[in-house]
Design a protein around this ligand. Sequence first.
Ligand code: AMP
Ligand code: MG
Length: 365
Amino acid sequence: MVYYNQGMNTKIYKINYDNRDAFGIASDSEEYMKEAGELIADGELVAFPTETVYGLGGDALHPEAAKKIYAAKGRPSDNPLIIHIAEISDLERVAREVPPQARLLAEAFWPGPLTMVVWKKDEVPYATTGGLETVAVRMPNHPVALELIRKSGKLIAAPSANTSGRPSPTEAAHVAEDLSGRIAMILDGGSVGIGIESTIIDLTEQTPMVLRPGYITPQMLSEVLGEEVIIDPGILATDDTTKPKAPGMKYKHYAPKADMVIVDGEKSVVIEEINRLTTEAQAAGRKVAVIATEETRESYCADIVLSMGKREDEDSIAQHMYKILRDCDDLDVQEIYSESFQTPRIGQAIMNRLLKAAGHQVIHV
Ligand code: AMP
Ligand code: MG
């Protein structure tokens, strides 16, 4: 365990960029990007925006940088980091061999919210892979992330830039809340676009397997590969009997401080049940937050009602989820009742996070 200097002065720079152009860093932000790249090259840590969530970056091939990442986050050292690259060809720098499926998927989805697990090269330190022989790699689709990788001249290992166990950060203020004083710099690129972590696909076995659901669905992957893609049974299990293959998926993640329960069922019955639970909790002197949608927000009697957006707008639900869980912590509520979000496309990814936040407490009505 490395005991990290908590009194460090964390610089926070607002980066201006053009979202339509992956090289579009505004000239007034160039200096900051250069400084950030130098810090990474020096083995220091820089938090940066990606299209999924904010990442906490360090030199991927430098074991000491990886150790600093674990220390700053308070992350268990068996939970491997994802290596971020800025060119598809850099996959060859970390993969022992590049499976044909990886080439197909990279062409279809990179830069983008897809992480691929492949066998690692010797150059990739065990500190980065949490002791595994495999390595997770992704090319992010965000101009600031890509420019940071290029400016540093390194490959960047980065987990989400939150304290271990807290919701992933979707804006720079969340990173500052968790990591100020523990890292050298935060690049503020505004709110992220997607709001949930990348899909992880394992390409080291006979059949490609999704280890973590995300914005890119098994159907989309299967279509590109022209073969079946399975889902790790360990992430679908609601008990501890089947272990997930991605080490990070076994930890109780994303948990708000309050006790959280998801109520699932037909709209009017859900509203009725949540209001009944709320009244009961309030009578016992407890402060209640409800996680709702634009359509239902007016229907609840809780102290605080937080809206994920319109129910049919799945992207909005994903974007708002982590911020809302953080808000619940800041508002000091003791009970959270949430609607269920089994939406058609990314519902599986959303519910995977929400169920963890709720410790799998679900009431079906
Ligand atoms: P984070 O970047 O915080 O979302 O965490 C990275 C996720 O990727 C964790 O869930 C890790 O367990 C997973 N991961 C990273 N490398 C590997 C690997 N080689 N095999 C399986 N899962 C991995
Ligand atoms: Mg994380």
